[in-house]
Structure formats: structure tokens, C-alpha cells
Design a protein around this ligand. Sequence first.
Ligand SMILES: [Zn+2]
Length: 153
Amino acid sequence: MTDEQYMKLAIEQAERALEKDEVPIGAIIVYQDEVIASGFNVRELSQETLSHAELIAIQQANKEIGSWRLEDCTLYVTLEPCPMCAGAIVQSRIKRVVYGAVDPKAGCAGTIMNLLDNQRFNHQAEVTSGVLEKECSLLLTNFFKALRERKKH
Ligand SMILES: [Zn+2]
């Protein structure tokens, strides 16, 4: 499968977040051409700081593989990882990260800084950005637009 096809699956996860009135961000993890984990943002439902799509998917992948090391895995996420998730990506040794939309407010995979490509850490992840960027960012802008509309009424 191509990056675009895998990103579509991450977008499906983001749509599941949207159904629950959560900020639509979704992630999947691929190992040996197989999707082994998925997650979507549930921060409002859980009221937990750590409930980001990437962290949920990483924990699921750990269980699936039976290891904290995700060395041969690729993470697909609809929005550029924040500092917390980028930190978890470095810690989990994920090989490659593919993301859709950039996050000017929290992006730590190249926008504000790049935690995934710093030679001073003991691990670097390969980053591909802008895959299905329009679809990914449209989900978010539509969500926030609807939220503002609701607040007005
Ligand atoms: Zn995050």
C-alpha cells in the first residue's frame, strides 16, 4: 500500500474522533505492511492529557508486538506530532513518521522544531510530511468552524 492509502486509514480514525465531537486527529501504525494499531484523539471524553491519537496507537502497537521498541514500524498521523507525541516516537524508536497537516501551534516534526531529527538524541525518525495534507487540514478547519458557529448560537 502507498503512503496515501495508509493515510486514508488514519483519516478514517480522525473521522471516528469527529463522530465523538473530539478534535479530529487520527493515527495508525504499520508493521510489515500490516496495520497493527490505530488511535484517535479522545482528550475531551477521557479528560486525560495523554489521550492523543499517536500515544493511543503506540500503546496498542506495544501490546501487539510485545515490546516497547517499535523499530520497524511506520506511524501515519493526520496532524504533525506535538512535543509529547514526538517524544514518545523517539522513545519507541519508530522508524518512520508520515503526517498530513502541519501544526503551526505545536508541531515538533519540523514546524516549531524537529524532535524527530536531532542528532543529539539516540534515535532519529525519517519524516514525510504533507501526505493528503488538504483532506487532513480540512477536517480540522471544518471542525473548528462548526465549533465557533455553535458557540455563537
Ligand atoms: Zn500529541
